[in-house]
Design a protein. Structure first.
Length: 222
């Protein structure tokens, strides 16, 4: 899928809804990120998270299940030392969300190409020994999933409607391609972790906004 198509996905499904606070963000603002807009492909493992299919064939994820899984994942991750949590993504659009998430939570950011042996080869100079791994796409981040599974490390993953979830221990159903959607998921997950860790109360604002979590386009940075 092209970046142009991904951007169009982010701009769709902004149905009119009442402005009800959800994690310090209104439902309308959350939906405007495209967080629930999936693909035209539906796997058996992701069927349970799909709310409906639009006339153009795009499957729409149940955002209520997305938020529920983010809360579950936030609570789960606080059981570990955040300095032993690795957050990895091969997606360019996930670079800033991953970096901001790790800045706020203390997790280890890892983006770009995943070097074989990062988790499994202690002799590799950049070897990491994590307790849990968070990824954005089981397909693109397959090497990280393979190595984590090999050494028995749990994997939490964002999964779109076309993902196969084998070897994924905890699924967060969401659009895992769009800039704004990725920013929203990582912002919400960071907030959940900070609240579960007692570092933030439910009525306190985050240090960064969802927009701050977005990876900027090249033309926006020049």
């Amino acid at each position: 899928m092209s970046e142009e198509t991904e951007e169009k996905k982010e701009e769709t499904e902004t149905e009119s809804t009442e402005a009800q606070p959800t994690f310090q963000i209104t439902e309308k603002a959350l939906l405007s990120t495209g967080i629930r807009v999936g693909t035209q492909v539906k796997t058996k493992s992701m069927a349970q998270f799909i709310q409906k299919t639009r006339s153009d064939g795009l499957h729409v994820i149940d955002v209520g299940k997305t938020l529920s899984r983010i809360e579950t994942a936030g609570s789960f991750l606080t059981r570990f030392e955040m300095s032993r949590v690795v957050v990895y993504s091969a997606r360019e659009y996930a670079r800033t969300p991953v970096e901001k998430f790790c800045e706020l939570t203390g997790a280890i950011p890892l983006t770009g190409r995943f070097m074989p042996g990062t988790f499994t080869n202690p002799l590799y100079s950049h070897h990491i020994d994590p307790e849990v791994v968070v990824i954005t796409d089981p397909a693109m981040d397959h090497q990280a999933v393979k190595e984590a599974s090999k050494i028995g490390i749990p994997v939490v993953s964002l999964c779109d409607t076309d993902n196969v979830t084998s070897n994924i221990d905890m699924v967060i159903p969401a659009n895992n391609r769009g800039r704004k959607a990725l920013a929203a998921v990582f912002w919400l997950l960071a907030r959940s972790i900070l609240i579960h860790s007692g570092l933030l109360t439910a009525d306190q604002p985050m240090k960064y906004s969802i927009e701050d979590f977005e990876t900027k386009l090249i033309e926006e940075t020049v």
